[in-house]
Design a protein around this ligand. Structure first.
Ligand SMILES: [Zn+2]
Ligand SMILES: [Zn+2]
Length: 446
């Protein structure tokens, strides 16, 4: 038995010995004497045990003190990390938003914290701030398109969703929605229809981790948001539209089953329309792009559109349909509606050739109605397809597409830049269709 065990044993049996002594000399002895005897024997045992271990009491105290100081320092350092603060943009009422400061939380396991470089204003952001989104409402954070740099990696994250290694400091883009892979739609492989898509973004800004949207200096990315590393040869400005505009229309073109030589009619020449021109033309389509705000049309030509159609010269809805059917020689093989204007839905369907495919993407706000002729639809033998969000893995393909198509001036897609705190001017520019894509300059690259 090691020496300290002897002393341990002595300490344990001290009260028993004391009790035996008291029994010998009578129970009338005051209880205080019993306790004193027990305590003295126990104290001697403890002292001897520590000496036997080779640790002087002074050393024990010093070691305790060092450990305590080290823990305090660690807590202090951790605390310093925890109190990192950032600014995010919160919807306060329909048509209104303000920027608020919150503490940046640590990333959840499998997630990450991005420091945002750029955030673009999408047509959906205009709908959202005006109260036309079913889930992202007052109190929520604005913004979903953009690019950031990894500030902190959550536990277990070493690679992006394409298998590329990830490290703090890498630039990445992330899907603005989640694909939980644990719901009936995800289980069917329909990652764009995940029932929990907005479990993160729909949280109010006041709820940690606060930074649920891209109009923020930091962005908290959850473990079910697909993340892709940005290649070094792709600039942040060029890739900034990847996680909404380009991915969205890549999915739209897939739904349209565009084949080489087909006439593809794109309605709306904002960021999505310009990206759609690039994707559809690369798939071999002959791209027609139509828009009421004619100032937006020339940009589309740089991205592969062959025919620019100014719809503002047409006489009403029927006039627009006549014009579109005329320029496409009897109707397009594929029509992609990106306008978000309910009345265009019917015009788009009537601009198809018999048997064509229409893809609806722009109308995202339920409760806005338009006339539709179901008899004409049936007799035309056309198909209608809804492009809600996009299968999450398409974001990786979109990043690759930008990297592999230098013939398109991707940086020029963003044609208006605003300071981060001037976000409302950017939203207004997008709403009034003065620009193709407005960007907020949120933070530096490094
Ligand atoms: Zn968007
Ligand atoms: Zn799901």
């Amino acid at each position: 038995m090691p020496p300290q065990r002897h002393w341990c044993l002595a300490g344990s049996i001290a009260p028993i010995i004391a009790s035996a002594l008291l029994n010998e000399y009578g129970t009338s002895t005051p209880i205080a004497l019993y306790l004193l005897v027990a305590r003295v024997i126990t104290g001697i045992a403890v002292l001897a045990m520590k000496e036997t271990r080779g640790i002087s009491l002074r050393n024990v105290d010093k070691a305790d003190q060092d450990a305590h100081q080290s823990a305090s320092y660690r807590q202090c350092t951790e605390h310093k990390e925890k109190i990192m603060k950032g600014i995010t943009t919160v919807i306060t009422a329909p048509g209104k938003a303000e920027q608020r400061e919150y503490e940046v939380a640590n990333p959840v396991p499998g997630g990450m914290i991005l420091r945002m470089i750029r955030a673009n204003v999408c047509g959906s952001d205009v709908a959202i701030i005006n109260g036309r989104h079913p889930l992202i409402n007052v109190g929520c954070v604005m913004g979903h398109e953009g690019v950031g740099v990894i500030e902190r990696l959550g536990e277990g994250v070493t690679r992006d969703f394409a298998g590329n290694p990830l490290a703090v400091g890498d630039r990445v883009v992330a899907t603005y929605f989640q694909a939980c892979r644990r719901c009936p739609e995800c289980n069917l492989g329909k990652l764009n229809l995940c029932r929990n898509a907005f479990a993160g973004w729909s949280q109010p800004a006041a709820v940690a981790p606060h930074f649920h949207g891209s109009f923020s200096t930091y962005y908290s990315v959850g473990p079910d948001q697909f993340v892709y590393k940005v290649p070094e040869n792709v600039s942040s400005k060029a890739v900034s539209s990847a996680n909404c505009a380009l991915s969205q229309v890549t999915y739209g073109c897939q739904l349209g089953e565009i084949k080489r030589g087909q006439k593809v009619l794109v309605l709306g020449a904002g960021g999505l329309g310009v990206c759609a021109s690039a994707v559809a033309s690369e798939m071999g389509g002959e791209v027609f792009i139509a828009e009421m705000a004619a100032n937006r049309l020339p940009k589309a030509r740089e991205f592969g559109a062959r025919h620019l159609i100014d719809l503002s010269v047409a006489d009403g809805g029927s006039g627009r349909v006549d014009l579109l059917r005329e320029v496409t020689n009897g109707g397009a093989d594929v029509v992609i509606d990106l306008t978000g204007v309910p009345g265009v839905f019917s015009e788009a369907a009537r601009s198809l050739r018999p048997g064509g495919i229409m893809v609806e993407i722009g109308s995202i706000s339920p409760g806005r109605y338009t006339d539709f002729d179901p008899g004409l639809f049936t007799r035309s033998g056309t198909q209608l397809r809804a492009g809600l969000r996009y299968p999450a893995q398409i974001l990786g393909k979109a990043v690759d597409f930008i990297a592999s198509t230098p013939q398109f001036p991707w940086e020029d897609l963003v044609d208006a830049e605003f300071e981060f705190d001037d976000f409302m001017s950017a939203v207004t520019a997008a709403e009034q269709k003065q620009v193709t894509r407005a960007a907020l300059l949120v933070g530096s690259e490094a």
